[in-house]
Design a protein around this ligand. Structure first.
Ligand code: NAD
Ligand code: UGA
Length: 455
């Protein structure tokens, strides 16, 4: 079992397969996609995604044991193990619209695998899927009389964008779910063998299929719940002059709570948290568990409230109007170290400001191209400027929406001198020295902190 295929060359498929190729030189790995442009970019100098430390790994393995191709069917027939890493977005139509997972790409892949397979295969769910999807996959794959055996495994991915290589290199755990049957356990062993090249055995967890599928949704639900919890507290801090960073530190030192994922912000973004929590909410509703569904849906409501609250505070502090005011958006990506803007809180915040008729200048080291697409319908009201200093000239306000490291060390005095007064700064990520900014002359508003205003 030495030929690996991955269907889907996105943020998960590309980096994950590059890591397997690096760590397992005796395997041949091919990544296929229907998107020709993406496949071409994976083989070029400019990779289709920005991810720190990814490029050297691709360069090291490309055309040695890592290959990219658009030939989906030809590569299916050659493969022993097929990872499926296609997108599983929220459904936008029909039953379950706005909550359920859209499994059309997933199902098309299953049918393609069936059509082009003439030998036994292990099919690995890498995408995040509703619990019991493997059952549907098996039904499709076994709806034939080809004499071919398909064994379906679940192996969800836990990498985060911006730290994908670090997460893949040194994962907290690798999760593999399979059937308890003999063939199921043999397939699990094949997959364990791959990860065992670099992951220690105690970190490779094997479970039944449904626990594995569900654990992925639950992990994202718990992580996003922590962010909504601290963001809810940030609202209470602003009302009471408590400081959310101090509260976060005070509670995070309790080892039962832990300190990670307690940064108050403008809300979580990214292609998965909202989608996966809504997917889980939909599943709960499907199984008649409305109390459980309502409980988890609050995490998303709180996230939307946080974005809207940030904009309301901006408008209120700027004398209740931002019409024709130049507001500079520093950071548009959903987090630092990525150019990805999927579900970025910056999208909603910018849209609300544009609806209030502000004029925006957007700056981001990696995400401007995506920002242009996300705000296409408002393009006349927006300028894009890579250099923060040029962007800030004659601005009424700065809003930090992504925690890029370089924003911490800008010369804020130099920027202040070129801005219209009174000058405002809204730190949506709590990354700046607020007292220093106040001393320069800014009116400073940070999430979950008392305002520092000269007015
Ligand atoms: P993506 O959109 O970046 O990539 C998916 C790719 O699949 C696309 O390039 C698309 O063209 C391709 N594709 C769709 N249908 C295809 C088909 N029939 N044949 C060949 N290619 C096809 O998505 P992603 O961010 O890589 O996420 C993939 C899955 O992994 C999702 O289920 C997601 O929830 C999950 N996940 C994502 C992350 C992340 O950080 N992005 C982390 C963990 C898990
Ligand atoms: C998240 C999970 O962390 C991964 O484990 C998971 O594999 C992935 O989703 C997925 O399934 O797609 P990702 O969305 O890439 O990874 O990035 P995170 O670091 O989790 O950040 C998500 C959002 O939460 C970002 O907008 C970030 O700014 C925000 N965040 C994070 C906060 O607002 N506060 C925090 O304390 C942490």
């Amino acid at each position: 079992m030495k030929n690996i295929l991955c269907i889907g060359a996105g943020y998960v498929g590309g980096p994950t397969m590059a890591m397997i190729a690096k760590k397992c030189p005796e395997y041949t790995i091919t990544v296929v996609d229907i998107n020709e442009d993406r496949i071409q970019k994976w083989q070029s100098d400019t990779l289709p995604i920005y991810e720190p430390d990814l490029k050297p790994i691709v360069e090291e393995t490309l055309n040695k044991n890592l290959f990219f191709s658009t030939d989906v069917s030809g590569n299916i027939s050659k493969a022993d193990i097929i990872f499926v890493s296609v997108n599983t977005p929220t459904k936008t139509f029909g039953i379950g619209a706005g909550k359920a997972a859209d499994l059309q790409y997933w199902e098309k892949t299953a049918r393609q695998i069936l059509t082009h397979s003439n030998s036994n295969k292990i099919v690995v769910e890498k995408s995040t899927l509703p619990v019991r999807t493997a059952e549907a996959m098996e039904r499709i794959l076994n709806s034939h009389d080809k004499g071919v055996h398909f064994e379906v495994l679940s192996n969800p991915e836990f990498l985060a964008e911006g730290t994908a290589i670090r997460d893949l290199m040194n994962p907290d755990r690798v999760l593999i779910g399979g059937h308890n049957s003999k063939s199921g356990q043999e397939a699990v062993s094949e997959l364990v063998k791959i990860y065992a090249h670099w992951v220690s055995p105690e970190k490779i967890l094997t479970t039944n299929l449904w626990s594995s599928e569900l654990s992925k949704l639950v992990a994202n639900a718990f992580l996003s719940q922590r962010i909504s919890s601290i963001n809810a507290i940030s609202a209470l801090c602003e009302a009471t002059e408590a400081d959310v960073e101090e509260v976060s530190k005070a509670i995070g030192t309790d080892s039962r709570i832990g300190s990670k994922f307690l940064n108050a912000s403008i809300g979580f973004g990214g292609s998965c948290f909202q989608k996966d929590i809504l997917n889980m909410v939909y599943l709960c509703e499907y199984y008649g568990l409305s109390e459980v569904a309502n409980y988890w849906e609050q995490v998303v409501f709180m996230n939307n409230y946080q974005k809207q609250r940030f904009v309301t505070r901006m408008i209120k502090s700027m004398f209740n109007t931002v019409v024709d005011k130049k507001i500079v958006i520093l950071g548009f990506a959903f987090k630092a170290n990525t150019g990805d803007t999927r579900e970025s809180p910056a999208i909603d915040i910018c849209k609300q400001l544009l609806e209030e008729r502000a004029s925006l200048t957007i700056s981001d080291p990696k995400a401007v191209k995506n920002a242009k697409k996300d705000l296409e319908q408002f393009i006349d009201q927006i300028e894009f400027e890579l250099d923060p200093y040029t962007a800030a000239t004659n601005a009424h306000a700065l809003a930090i929406l992504t925690e890029w490291e370089e924003y911490k060390s800008l010369d804020y005095k130099k920027i202040f001198d070129t801005m219209i007064k009174p000058a405002f700064i809204f730190d949506g990520r709590n990354i700046l020295d607020h007292q220093k900014l106040f001393d320069i002359g800014y009116n400073v508003y940070a999430v979950g902190k008392p305002e520092l205003s000269h007015l």
